[in-house]
Design a protein around this ligand. Structure first.
Ligand SMILES: Nc1ncnc2c1ncn2[C@@H]1O[C@H](COP(=O)(O)OP(=O)(O)O)[C@@H](O)[C@H]1O
Ligand SMILES: [Mg+2]
Length: 297
């Protein structure tokens, strides 16, 4: 297979894209790597039909990576994930509009071009979580406890472009990060950046069936093949607060090989953006009961 990976400088040494590329090369595939953030791009010649079996995007939001991927899709190349699906989740305002409309359990979400507009949000929605619409990795996420604190926080919220604001979902301080790769769902527990004092060891956990169903629905709603979902266990059940295309897959066993296999499968079938299998939850090996001696296999 001939693949082209778009990798931002930010992820240059990151285990995820680097290990996946190494694995693909070790299996005998050709991988070209484009670093859109660090190179002058000759856009008029950058894509050509039939040049690769698939283009794969692992970049930060807001960079030129998605533009390149869209160019590849426009000339008929397979992209991982589907370029329109990536757009649908990288803008958190768009993701909320699509997700809520398609029945995902997501908080009511407001979008504001400038922080002053947040003052119009009803008092009953506070405490609010405010985050940049194109944010990632917890950047700029902050808790606004009450309307009267808003004015004092405007300076801190300004200059981040479009903001989204949601009522704070009461939770234990632990995020459930659900990863989908190759039709399998894995769950990891991680401390919420809004509760940094809540020391929880990051580890793979059993995925509750109710959360697995929501995570599977996320793939279908946005048309994503490789993705991550941040879920909070709120008082009324699981709530989706964030969806990521090509996440870290941290704690997923043999993540690089699994992601590499999934990329090859998508490149081979030329299909991206319309998962036709319902992803299944995978039980961490550590909690699979030991085989009893003499038990039937
Ligand atoms: N509405 C919310 N209620 C409670 N906590 C939230 C809410 N939205 C986000 N958080 C917390 O903030 C973290 C970062 O927000 P998220 O939307 O995932 O942005 P990022 O793209 O930066 O990861 C989440 O993992 C979660 O712990
Ligand atoms: Mg997140």
């Amino acid at each position: 297979m001939r693949l082209c990976f778009l990798v931002e400088e930010h992820y240059r040494h990151d285990g995820m894209p680097v290990e996946v590329i190494r694995q693909l090369v070790a299996w005998g595939h050709r991988v070209d790597v484009l670093r859109p953030g660090g190179s002058l791009l000759r856009m008029s010649e950058v894509v050509s039909a039939g040049s690769h079996d698939a283009w794969v995007l692992k970049t930060v939001s807001g960079g030129p990576g998605l533009t390149l991927l869209e160019a590849a899709a426009a000339v008929g190349l397979t992209t991982v994930n589907d370029a329109r699906s990536i757009r649908g989740v990288r803008d958190k305002a768009l993701a909320a509009a699509i997700g809520r409309n398609r029945g995902l359990p997501m908080p009511t979400t407001y979008a504001a071009a400038v922080p002053e507009l947040l003052a119009e949000i009803p008092e009953s929605a506070f405490p609010l979580v405010v985050k940049p619409a194109d944010g990632s990795a917890g950047r700029g996420v902050c808790l606004v406890p009450s309307p009267d604190r808003l004015a004092a926080m405007t300076g801190q919220l300004a200059g981040q472009g479009m903001l989204v604001a949601q009522p704070y979902v009461p939770n234990s301080g632990v995020d459930l990060k659900v990863y989908c790769v190759g039709g399998e769902l894995y769950a990891t527990e991680r401390c919420s950046p809004l509760h940094p004092d809540h020391a929880v060891r990051e580890r793979q956990v059993v995925l509750p069936a109710e959360v697995a169903a929501v995570a599977a629905q996320v793939g279908a709603v946005y048309g994503l093949d490789l993705y991550g979902v941040d879920v909070l266990l709120g008082p009324d059940g699981p709530v989706v607060v964030d969806v990521n295309d090509f996440p870290s897959f941290r704690q997923v066993p043999q993540a690089a090989a699994r992601v590499a296999r999934a990329v090859l499968e998508l490149a081979r079938t030329g299909r991206a953006g319309a998962p036709d299998v319902i992803p299944q939850a995978i039980i961490p090996e550590a909690v699979i009961p030991e085989q009893q001696p003499g038990a039937a296999v």
